[in-house]
Ligand binder design. Structure first.
Ligand code: ATP
Ligand code: MG
Length: 430
């Protein structure tokens, strides 16, 4: 049985460890090999004259990042990481790494992101990168646990679809036998249809595809979305759920990923305090007007500069609520008393938008009118409109991007850091 490196203590007399060769320091009669597995780093100390001849030979010929199996005696030493070292009685190279390496795993100074993504398998061996994906896994675990606890049913809906969610040009066309089809830009229409099926509370964690040309540090062409829809709920109900979920994910990551975060050189997480402030859109554009050169008028979307100016003022997570109906999708419910505003919201991190949501239109005629008002043809949405004619509960929901959530949680500079194999304007391999 092998021992994970984090579990190797001076109290163990003997251990067998398996890992990558992180660093080799040859001091002539004495060689130090730092061995790394996903739990940590262990110093293997090789006094050439005091180890079996085969061991000295294997150590001399091994290259960095090779996979080795090492057994031997554990001793306490203040000079080595973790206060212990292993003196090998056997050292076996299981898989030899070519050199030079295309990426220096032990390098403290990070390489260019493109170089790193080209050899993501090597990049992800670095404790900092491994920590990001441990955190991402913990977030997804907590999301599912939290939503199951709140009696949501997890669903999966098609990613190959015949029509756009919102029209527009953000779709990737694909060949589907003799028909034209697309990769779905969001599960919006399907999760709403499940309200018509009486499921009451559903969620989906799955890919969304956006054929957006823009190449920014917060857009991917394939992202992962946490989508929620709930019946007999208004926008306030689902905002409440969303802020609780965000804070609960921070709490779970803080509690379960402390070791990984420490190894990756991340600061411990501060769990954001709820409830998050609710900032009406009209006030948001006033704040933006003070902070940026190009002013924002009623009916304009918040530009990245506006988002930054407002974020600076707000300091932490916040909601922008009561948006102009004209700039939200047709499925957002306008207010009765002022239909120029609707029951839509965005959850914002000071750096960027994390989630969009709304109470939805559940009235068939209103929905058809709003489709037409957006220049869309109700006939191409018939599969979606149909459930609205046979009893549709009032409902509300949101979509939260996993990569932006992890990116802002860890203070990453680029959304590509939060996905293993990003798809962007130029990147299709690996
Ligand atoms: P933005 O205006 O910032 O481009 P959006 O309003 O187009 O985002 P929505 O359609 O509201 O995005 O999607 C809901 C959430 O899904 C977003 O808040 C974001 O977290 C995530 N998301 C959407 N598009 C992308 C993308 N291209 N890359 C990464 N995440 C995305
Ligand atoms: Mg949005």
């Amino acid at each position: 049985m092998r021992t994970p490196i984090a579990k190797v203590t001076p109290g163990l007399e003997h251990a067998k460890v398996v890992g990558f060769v992180h660093e080799i320091r040859d001091l002539g009669g004495l060689t130090f090999v730092l061995l790394r597995d996903r739990t940590g780093i262990l110093q293997v100390t090789v006094p050439k004259k005091r180890v079996p001849p085969g061991v000295a030979e294997a150590v001399r010929s091994v290259s960095r990042e090779s996979v080795v199996v090492v057994s031997g005696k554990i001793a306490a030493t203040e000079k080595a990481p973790g206060g212990r070292e292993l003196v090998p009685s056997s050292f076996e190279v299981v898989s030899r790494a070519e050199s030079p390496l295309p990426l220096d795993v032990a390098e403290k100074v990070p390489a260019e992101i493109d170089t790193r993504l080209d050899v993501r398998f090597l990049d992800a061996r670095r404790p900092r990168i491994a920590a990001i994906f441990e955190v991402r896994s913990a977030v997804l675990h907590e999301v599912a646990r939290f939503l199951h606890r709140h009696e949501f049913v997890q669903i999966t809906t098609p990613k190959i679809v015949a029509a756009a969610t919102e029209g527009g040009t953000e779709l990737f066309p694909i060949a589907y036998f003799e028909k034209e089809a697309f990769l779905n830009q969001s599960p919006q229409l399907y999760k709403q249809m499940m309200m018509g099926a009486g499921f009451e509370k559903v969620f989906e964690i799955g890919p969304i595809f956006r054929a957006e040309e823009h190449n920014t540090t917060r857009h991917l062409n394939e992202a992962t979305s946490i989508d929620v829809e709930a019946s007999f709920a208004d926008q306030e109900d689902v905002m409440h759920l969303l802020e609780d979920l965000v804070s609960s994910c921070y709490g779970h990551v803080a509690a379960t990923c402390a070791d990984a975060l420490g190894r990756g050189g991340f600061e411990p997480l501060d769990v954001p305090r709820t409830p998050f402030p609710r900032l009406p859109y009209t006030e948001a554009i006033e704040i933006a007007a003070d902070g940026i050169e190009e002013p924002i008028g009623f009916g304009d979307d918040l530009s990245p500069a506006a988002e930054r100016a407002i974020g600076e003022e707000m300091g932490g997570h916040y909601f922008v609520v009561d948006w102009p109906t004209a700039i939200r999708p047709y499925y957002a419910m306008p207010y009765d008393d002022d239909p120029s505003l609707c029951r839509a919201f965005d959850l914002m991190h000071p750096r960027m938008e994390l989630s969009s949501g709304a109470q939805r239109v559940h009235d068939h005629e209103m929905l058809e009118r709003q489709l037409v008002a957006k220049g869309l043809d109700p006939a191409s949405f018939e599969f979606y409109l149909r459930p609205f004619r046979y009893g549709m509960p009032p409902h509300a929901g949101w979509g939260l991007g996993v990569e932006r959530f992890v990116m802002t949680m860890l203070g990453l500079s680029n959304v590509r850091e939060a996905v293993l194999f990003p798809r962007d304007r130029h990147r299709l391999v690996p």
